[in-house]
Design a protein. Sequence first.
Length: 368
Amino acid sequence: MIELRHLRKEYEDITPLEDVNVTINSGDVISVIGPSGTGKSTLLRCINMLEPPTSGEIIVDGQVINDGNCDLNEIRKKMGMVFQSFNLFGHLTVIENIMNPQITLLGRSRQEAYDKAMSLLNTVGLNSKAFNYPEDLSGGQQQRIAIARTLAMDPDIILFDEPTSALDPGMIGEVQAVIRMLAKSGITMMIVTHEMDFARKIASRVLFMDEGGIYEEGTPKEIFEHPQKPNTIKFIKRLTSLTYKIETVDYDFTEAYDELQQYAEKLLIENERISDLQIALEEIVVNNIMEMTDEPQVLVRVDYSEKLDLLTLSIRYQGEHHDPKDSDNELFLEMLDEPTTDVLDQIVEPPFGIYNNLIQINFRWEEA
């Protein structure tokens, strides 16, 4: 068990951690989320004493480890850490990267270290890469090797500091799959991540950090579906909403579509549905509203409800009155057909239309 009591970390010009109090029990899988700059990574680095706290106590199995009276090397053997960067030694092969810490720090024989390394490479699905060098591997593969190296030390807890943030989108899933497998095995983990769907699905507890400490704590359902405190509510709402303000005919829709793609990846929304959303956005805004004026005043918001599995495209237009249903664009009118699913029974406000039964479209005109 690890307990943090009144943990504080000060730098010369900033204090990311002011008063952190939390207990990590054996078998916990804790996701640490929150806005950037709220001390999430600093918290992990304080726990394993890479960053000694300014004040407060870090207690591991009943022993205070930041009072100068314990062997930090022995304590760190109990705590594995996986960083954003992979930190593999480029001049060593994959298997040597996993073997060497075992031999140097744990005193294992080369054969023992080799057997352990090969077993773990099999676990992370990379035993065929044992004699390759890191430069031969993709980013996702390198991170899986880094995880195997950490596991080789038989830690009591693994601290993950944004383990997928340096990866291309296509590689994130393979690393998350390994971490999910470890979570099922019962190993204690603390994971700082900006991948909210992953944070929600993997965790037994979620810590939301803000204002220098653990601002709100609860189960994934409590934090993601029923947050209680204002900053948490605002943060969670922002995760599932995307807003655009269009005030010029030269608006860069390419950038907007890129943001939509990132939004979809975070929430695991299928590419086909995002493509449909882009079509709807283009037909309503670009091919209708923006054809009428040189000074558009359009507010676009995209929302996703996981409970309903429904995307909502809300468009608020200010200016000359315009009824989109007057359009002679057949594709656009098709988007506004009456829905054929029962999903409307669960929607409080009736939508303007439903496109492909999966995208709710709301449209509101306001007088300028």
